[in-house]
Design a protein around this ligand. Structure first.
Ligand SMILES: NC(=O)C1=CN([C@@H]2O[C@H](COP(=O)(O)OP(=O)(O)OC[C@H]3O[C@@H](n4cnc5c(N)ncnc54)[C@H](O)[C@@H]3O)[C@@H](O)[C@H]2O)C=CC1
Ligand SMILES: O=C(O)C1=NCCCC1
Length: 294
C-alpha cells in the first residue's frame, strides 16, 4: 500500500487549529520534562545543525527530533537572516516536516506570583507571541515595550489586543522596576545590563542564538540563577552562556519534573534557544486537530 500524499498546512490552518499559543503549554511542559529525563524520556534530539550563509549574513538551521511518548517525528528547517530595513520577507522563515514514525512517510508540512510589570525588549514576531502568552497567563498591572526602531514599538502598542502597552524611549526606562523582562531581539551585543535590573526579577532571554552573539551582559548572567532549555545547546550555541561562563543551574524540564526547584525569590534568567522537540509536539497537535476535522 502506498503512503497517503503529504498535506500542506499553511499558516491559516495552523492559526485555526492553534488559535491560542497557550493551548500548547501542557504538551510543551511534558516535552521539556521528557527531554530532561534522558533515555527514559524517549526523546531523541541531536544538537541542531546550523549552516552559515556568510555571503548574505544568514543561517540555515536543521532541527530533527523524535518523541517516543508522543510517537511523533519531525524536522524543522529554519532560516534566520539579519533583517534589512527594506526587506519584504521576515527575518525568520521555517517549515516543519511531520513524518509517520512507523514507516518514515511524510505526513504534513507545517509552517509555522506575583509580577506586576512586564517589559518586552524588541517588537518583532517573537515579541507579539510572548505578549499574547504572558498577558493571557498572568495579570500584569503594567506592560512596557522598547524597540531599537521606536515606530515599530508604537505599532506594536497600537495593534495588540490585550492590556495596554506603554512605549519607552530607552531600554533602561523599560527595564527599571520590571518584574519580568523578555528579550526578543536580533542584537549581537548586550542590550540588557545588570545594573538596571530589580533584584528578584525574571528574565526570559530568547534572542542571541549564536555562540558569539549577546543580549545580556556578564553582570546579568553572573548575578542570576540560570535556567536553560537544553544544557548541551546552551553550552554550544548561546553567546550569553559561553562568553559569560555563567553556571547553569537547571534545565526547565528538570523544574517541570520537580527534580530542580524554581527559585522564584531570586533573580532568574531562562536562556531559551528553541528545541526541535517543541516543534514536534506543536506539529502533532495541529496535525491531529486538522485530521480529526476540527
Ligand atoms: N529561543 C527560541 O526558541 C527562538 C528564538 N528566536 C530568536 O528571537 C529573536 C527575535 O526573533 P523574531 O521576533 O522572530 O525576529 P524579528 O526580526 O521579527 O524581530 C527582531 C527584533 O529585534 C530588533 N533588533 C534587531 N537588531 C537589533 C539590535 N542590534 N539591537 C536591538 N534590537 C535589535 C528589531 O528591531 C526587531 O524588533 C531572534 O534573535 C531570533 O533568532 C526566534 C525563534 C525561536
Ligand atoms: O527554535 C528556533 O526555531 C530558532 N531558534 C533560534 C534561532 C532561530 C530559530
Amino acid at each position: 500500500m502506498s503512503a497517503a500524499p503529504p498535506v500542506f498546512l499553511g499558516s491559516e490552518v495552523v492559526e485555526k487549529h492553534l488559535h491560542r499559543a497557550s493551548l500548547l503549554i501542557p504538551s510543551l511542559e511534558a516535552a521539556l520534562a521528557n527531554f530532561s529525563s534522558g533515555a527514559e524520556g524517549g526523546v531523541v534530539q541531536p544538537m541542531r545543525t546550523v549552516v552559515p550563509v556568510q555571503k548574505y549574513s544568514g543561517f540555515l538551521g536543521v532541527m530533527p527530533a523524535y518523541s517516543a511518548k508522543d510517537d511523533a517525528l519531525t524536522t524543522k528547517l529554519v532560516t534566520f537572516y539579519e533583517h534589512k530595513k527594506d526587506s519584504s520577507v521576515p527575518s525568520h522563515q521555517a517549515i516543519v516536516l511531520l513524518f509517520d514514525p512507523r514507516n518514515g512517510s511524510l505526513k504534513a508540512f507545517l509552517m509555522p506570583a506575583d509580577s506586576e510589570v512586564l517589559c518586552i525588549l524588541g517588537a518583532g514576531v517573537q515579541a507579539y507571541s510572548h505578549y499574547e502568552v504572558f498577558t493571557e497567563q498572568f495579570s500584569f498591572k503594567e506592560v512596557r515595550i522598547w524597540n531599537r526602531t521606536k515606530e515599530n514599538a508604537v505599532k506594536f502598542a497600537r495593534s495588540v489586543k490585550g492590556p495596554p502597552v506603554q512605549v519607552c524611549s530607552s531600554a533602561q526606562d523599560a527595564v527599571t522596576g520590571a518584574d519580568v523582562i523578555i528579550t526578543v531581539t536580533m542584537a549581537t551585543t548586550p542590550i540588557l545590563f545588570g545594573e538596571w535590573i530589580k533584584p528578584g526579577a525574571h528574565i526570559n532571554a530568547v534572542g542571541a542564538s549564536r555562540p558569539d552573539w549577546r543580549e545580556l551582559n556578564d553582570e546579568v548572567m553572573k548575578n542570576s540563577v540560570l535556567y536553560v532549555d537544553s544544557r548541551e545547546a546552551a553550552l554550544n550555541e548561546s553567546g550569553d552562556v559561553i562568553l559569560s561562563r555563567a553556571e547553569i543551574f537547571a534545565e526547565l524540564g528538570e523544574v517541570v519534573k520537580g527534580t530542580k526547584p524554581a527559585l522564584r525569590e531570586k533573580t532568574t534568567v531562562f536562556k531559551s534557544l528553541g528545541m526541535a522537540i517543541e516543534d514536534t509536539v506543536a506539529a502533532k497537535f495541529v496535525y491531529d486537530s486538522w485530521s480529526a476535522g476540527n
